[in-house]
Write a protein that binds this ligand. Structure first.
Ligand code: ACO
Length: 451
């Protein structure tokens, strides 16, 4: 089998290129005595891919790519990510600019509607969001039933899934108005659902949302206020949270976003699709890494703070230990989000004049790992989860809630991808193939004859 590429006449490109891409000749694959022409498509930032959609029909073969390391599942116009150069842009705007100039609600609008809102559009969006912050009163009863020590990600996924039972008037995936209502409901209600999970875990009364507050202020109010006294939201905490939600808002075809698209591809409703995304995010190799990272830093601190010992341990394959918050499937450079988070972390800790030994350990660990040949060779840098937990701790957010905050941030990205997929003229149900490696045909043995 061999593959070659060429730039033949334009007439060789059978189908028009997908929107936002251009054709650039074909690759020729020789397999089993046949030659198959695979169109080469180029994205708006020059990324190249082979269109293999006709491969099986023409050759009988499929591709095998465990973990989808080389596989593009879709074209997408939402987020551009260049892992080699540490670039991240939403709808063409650099993450650094959006983090400085916008708030989370504005960024959510950008991701979902594809453009920055003008003042009237943003005002309408905010007003609509503020009308959906409460959850159905009967849903509050769910929290009585959940065990108090349940992980809040388990509660979050369950309650979001249950939105389909209470809001049946917005489940039709083909009705744009119903989809929009579901979108606004989700963005408004997720902080309420999340804060209630926390209140349940600490045995405090659930606090109703306050629509006179901004998105992040309202969340902090629901997390930390109690009915018996006044609670003032620290504006610096609200700003830091806003920045964290923005930098988490989208990251193209990651595990949870691909899950949302996969579930949504069957035309499952938006609540069901997002609930699946929350479950995917929970794993420690994905969103759960922020919790795992702080737990690791605490462990290193409790063990005397010897960071070198843990860096060495992470290098031993048989130790089963990895530096949490380090490494990324796509970034082979400093994660631009980690840079923004570290800067906010510095500022916040200085402002509250709190010395957090975990922050010192994180900095030492980063320094030792970045100078170590193992990490240099493999291009392992701190990722988004490395410093975010330190900020959450400074705000008083319990460690089990860290991944929940990631989910709140990622929500507009999930929604934008779900909508983009539904608008795609080439949408089809996601259904990967496999290479079967099990037993060939076996003769059935009756139970009394089995050894
Ligand atoms: N500590 C030590 N070694 C590591 C680490 C780490 N954190 N990450 C990767 N490596 C090593 C691997 O052992 C492997 O070494 P080898 O080539 O000698 O076998 C090499 O670097 C490549 O690692 P892979 O696991 O093949 O890379 P992959 O792209 O599959 O994994 C992942 C990426 C899952 C993020 C990985 O780096 C990891 O487990 N990191 C720790 C968990 C984490 O922080 N996850 C959050 C990611 S960001 C997010 O989801 C929001």
């Amino acid at each position: 089998m061999s593959v070659t590429t060429s730039k033949p006449a334009a007439s060789q490109s059978a189908a028009p290129p997908l929107p936002g891409t251009r054709a650039d000749g074909t690759a020729r694959l020789e397999i089993g005595g046949k030659t198959v022409e695979l169109p080469v498509i180029v994205g708006s930032e020059g990324e190249r891919g082979l269109d293999i959609s006709k491969l099986r029909a023409q050759s009988g073969a499929i591709t095998l790519d465990e973990g989808f390391v080389n596989t593009g599942s879709t074209t997408s116009a939402i987020t551009y990510l260049d892992g080699e150069n540490g670039i991240l842009r939403y709808r063409g705007y650099p993450i650094e600019v959006l983090a400085e100039k916008c708030d989370f609600v504005e960024v959510a609008y950008l991701l979902i509607y594809g453009k920055l809102p003008n003042p009237a559009e943003l005002d309408t969006f905010r007003t609509s969001l503020s009308h959906h912050t409460m959850i159905h009163e009967d849903m509050r009863n769910f929290y009585t039933g959940f065990p108090r020590d349940a992980h809040p990600m388990a509660t979050l996924g369950s309650v979001v899934g249950a939105l389909s039972t209470f809001y049946q008037d917005s489940l039709d995936v083909r009705d744009p108005r119903q989809v929009e209502v579901s979108v606004h409901r989700l963005i408004s209600k997720l902080p309420t659902i999340a804060a209630y999970s926390h209140k349940k875990s600490c045995g405090q009364p659930l606090m109703y949302p306050r629509n006179d507050l901004g998105y992040c202020e309202n969340f902090l109010h629901m997390m930390f206020a109690v009915p018996c006294e006044e609670y003032h939201v620290d504006p610096d905490f609200a700003d830091a949270l806003d920045m964290l939600l923005i930098v988490h808002a989208d990251h193209e075809q990651n595990c949870s976003t691909s899950t949302v698209r996969m579930v949504g591809s069957s035309d499952a409703n938006l609540f069901a699709s997002i609930s699946a995304g929350i479950c995917a995010l929970w794993g420690p190799l994905h969103g759960g890494a922020n919790q795992a990272c702080v737990e690791m830093l605490e462990k290193i601190g409790a063990d005397g703070g010897n960071v070198r010992k843990y860096v060495d341990l992470a290098k031993k394959k048989d130790s089963g230990f990895r530096l949490m918050g380090f490494g990324h499937r796509v970034y082979k450079n400093y994660d631009p989000r980690a840079k923004l988070i570290k800067a906010t972390c510095d500022k916040l800790l200085a402002k509250i004049a709190r010395h957090d030994p975990i922050f010192d350990i994180a900095q030492q660990l980063e320094e030792v790992a970045l100078a170590d040949e193992y990490f240099i060779e493999r291009k392992l840098y701190p990722n988004v989860d490395f410093y975010s937990g330190v900020i959450y701790r400074a705000m008083g957010i319990p460690v089990q809630m860290f991944t929940v905050l990631f989910a709140m941030g990622r929500l507009p990205g999930w929604i934008a991808h779900w909508i983009e997929m539904h608008h795609s003229p080439t949408k089809k149900i996601c259904r990967p193939r496999q290479i079967y490696s099990g037993d060939t045909l076996r003769e059935f043995v009756p139970i009394d004859k089995r050894p």
